[in-house]
Design a protein around this ligand. Structure first.
Ligand code: SAJ
Length: 429
């Protein structure tokens, strides 16, 4: 196994991986197009919020050769990891970045170590390695399994997760040949302190990532849909989930919210839906789950409007405070955050808004919770940042003259808020 690893794409996935390989003693090169990122990494500064990278890069950056030149990055590599973005565009997988990375690899294969290991870590739809990657890499006649090994090992990076980081998350992998799969297992076992499982086919490995994230989307849709019904039935879903969670087997809690954000969960089911439909089967449950989760922002806005009406207040004459725009707590990632459609719908209804997220000052119109809540008759909590749980008490809300609380994360002190005579609405709670 060659000691040189080339990582293509130094973002949320590639940069932690490059740091991990350098830390484990591999010679590492990184191919990155973004000049600003290249400069920061060369200076040992992390361009992403990732505690592992922020800790390791200042120490390891001299061991990571970063360039925008494919030939330089790939020269003499024994392992090539492709970790470029694979977003959805108009409900279709956009493989543009992946294809250009593969073209760069193909053009430099003969300058790599003998029989290099080419692994795609980017999230793809099942069949991508065979239908897209292999033809590009074999364009000039080199053969997968003979002149190079080709496989897939889905990334499982979870920014903000303090317990599981890139160095201890189990991985699944498969390559074109058994020898390739074992070579990949050997490589990942050198850098990851966790189980590396070789599956029987590349397409099964490609399906794992979208399968495990679609599992989340469907279960979140399950509780979101039930929350709407329980609200009508006068059942507090928060209590029901608390009760069901006492079952030590056969149940896993998910929680209703304002919708599903992030760069994985809203996207990965669309990959599975697209490839399933292409094969002639429409996965109705997956499509319905997406529809339910995408309906949640409008449900929150409806709660705002109806709750204000209950207090004889009208949306367009009220100042409303939106708390939280990050898609999950304690991070600054705003991608696909459900707060955005909530904010735009409230603006369309002519509500005046204060917005505050301590992790996203750039999107905030206020500098503090006090500043954001002052003058507002209604608050809409979209992200359960710890700071909000600590500061937004019933006493605080009463002292600020808040009349309505829409707690889209069911995380505030409902009983205490109601006792202060403030109208409280959660999601099914
Ligand atoms: N959400 C709910 N209710 C829930 C769980 C999540 O509304 O019960 C919402 C969150 O608020 C967020 C969105 O769904 O807006 C996604 O949340 P997530 O916890 O799934 O977080 P992500 O998007 O960071 O998902 C990542 C995934 N990791 C990878 O794809 C490598 C996922 O597989 C992990 O399980 C997840 O982190 C995790 O557990 O933190």
């Amino acid at each position: 196994m060659s000691q040189k690893v080339a990582v293509i794409g130094l973002g949320y996935v590639g940069l932690p991986l490059a740091c991990l390989c350098a830390e484990k003693g591999f010679e590492v090169s990184g191919l990155e197009l973004d000049e600003k990122k290249i400069l920061m990494i060369r200076q040992g500064k992390s361009p992403i919020k990732d505690s592992f990278v922020e800790e390791k890069l200042p120490v390891l950056h001299e061991k990571i050769f970063v360039t925008n030149n494919p030939g330089e990055a790939l020269q003499s590599s024994g392992v090539i990891i492709i970790a470029v973005p694979t977003p959805m565009r108009e409900n279709k997988p956009d493989l543009g970045a992946l294809k250009s990375a593969l073209v760069s690899v193909e053009a430099n294969l003969e300058h790599c170590q003998k029989k290099p290991l080419v692994i795609i870590e980017s999230t793809v739809y099942p069949g991508t390695t065979a239908e897209v990657a292999k033809p590009i890499l074999e364009k000039r006649g080199l053969k997968a399994g003979i002149d190079f090994e080709l496989g897939h090992c889905p990334e499982r990076v979870d920014p903000g997760n303090k317990e599981f980081g890139i160095g201890n998350i189990p991985r699944v992998v498969c390559c074109t040949t058994r020898e390739g799969s074992l070579g990949a297992k050997e490589f990942y076992s050198k850098i990851v302190n966790a189980e590396i499982t070789v599956l029987d086919s590349i397409i099964a490995v490609e399906a794992v990532k979208v399968f495990e994230n679609t599992f989340r989307d469907v279960n979140i849709a399950y509780v979101n849909d039930l929350a709407k019904g329980f609200d009508r039935m006068g059942i507090d879903i928060k209590e029901v989930i608390r009760g069901a969670s006492t079952k030590p087997f056969g149940f896993m809690p998910f929680y209703p919210g304002p919708g599903v954000g992030g760069h994985c969960i809203p996207k990965d089911p669309c990959y599975l839906i697209a490839s399933s439909k292409k094969a002639g089967f429409t996965p109705k449950l997956l499509e319905l789950a997406r529809k339910i989760n995408k309906s949640m922002p409008a449900y929150v806005v409806e709660l705002v409007e109806n709750s204000l009406k209950q207090k004889k207040l009208h949306l367009k004459s009220q100042k409303i405070c939106v708390l939280g725009v990050a898609f999950k707590p304690e991070i600054d990632d705003i991608r696909e955050s459900p707060a955005w459609p909530i904010i735009s719908m409230l603006k369309e209804k002519k509500a005046a808004l204060n917005i505050f997220d301590p992790f996203v000052p750039g999107a905030s119109t206020a500098k503090s919770i006090e500043d954001a809540v002052s003058g507002c008759s209604c608050i809409v909590l979209c992200t359960q940042h710890r700071q909000f749980l600590e500061k937004i008490t019933p006493e605080f809300l009463k002292s600020m003259g808040v009349r309505v609380v829409i707690d889209a994360r069911n995380c505030l002190d409902k009983k205490g808020i109601i006792e202060k005579g403030i109208l409280y609405k959660g999601i099914g709670s």
